[in-house]
Write a new protein. Sequence first.
Length: 414
Amino acid sequence: MKRRLIFASLLLPSLLAIAQEAKPAQPVVRVVRCGTLIHPSNGQVQHNVLITVEGERVRQVEENSNASAGNQVIDLSDHTCLPGLVDAHTHVLLQGDITAQDYDEQLLKQSVAYRAILATQSVRRALENGFTTIRDVETEGAGYADVDLKRAINRGVIPGPRMQVATRAMDVTGAYPLLGYGPDNARKAVREQISFGADWIKVYSDRSYFVRDNGILDDIPTFTMDELRAIVDEAHRQHHKVASHAMALNGVHNSVEAGVNSIEHGNYISDADIKTMVQKNIYYVPTIYVGEYVAAGRAAAGAKVWLDMIKIHEETFRRALKGGVKIVFGTDVGGFDWKINAAKEFPYMVKYGMTPLQAIRSATTTAADMSNDIGEILPGKFADLVALKGDPLNNIELLQQIDFVMKGGEVAKH
Ligand SMILES: [Zn+2]
């Protein structure tokens, strides 16, 4: 690993210099005509819109414009355009794990190199489904391969979304994946992951779920509060954020108290913790569809709790929505097969109480918490844009039929 680092640091500056020299003096200008453009932030809808893109960013957005821009126009006048979507919970290095056997098969029998090759398909699928940004929350035994995938995408080697990566994730000894315990070791692990290129630190805060007689989903918390606080403090000290896998009472409570940035899954969240999440601006990435996807298989393998967790999850989602928690779109794709379009998550959010606009917002403006440059089609933002036929504000299912994708001004699907 050390040798690789030295090699990379020697090679990087020269590659960057070549890339800069090769760039044309004038950025490419492209013009896109959209029949309809949705602005998720305020729900405003514009018609007959001309979007001028310069290089990787939006330069101008004009409504009812028939002016010939003097550039070739990408004609989407029979389409509805909206900002590129964000999936804030993916696993590009995993190809579905309903059962422990599926999981072991990939982690124990496949090489990291082979899994990285499969992941190049995953990232391409994500982009073609309209996800121009993803937050990949751990590699599931594939080390730092997510950093390499991100690098390959950024260098134009393979097509894929913008990526924020979490590398290896952290759990306690005796759980998974193995890690030494104690606040000092926790801090050390955070430093190591950041040094290898982690954007986010992912922690597993609970496990061993069971439903109490009063219907509350209970768990065994993993880290002590001292350990969890050390992880959050070290990550924040280095301007990195922490995503916490927390499905039940104690995992969520401890994570929220420690001040993580996002709660992943959150099948059960107490009312008190919902209030704290609002106060501390901690967002909720519910990943509903995957719960339904794995429940039957896991119940058949003996863990019936997964079926109960679906009902508890819906009730929590409704309380979180009502309580004003920031809800960000995330699917756990990779936990289910990448051949399934992750946009299947949208109808579940609507079924659980969101309006279609709120669901779209969760994958655009609300998710822009991750980067100021995404989530809206406005001058200065990245030209990340998707288009479909019909009106997703009336039919949320249509988001599974995106047929045009632009990322950073480059057409990825047409
Ligand atoms: Zn996950």
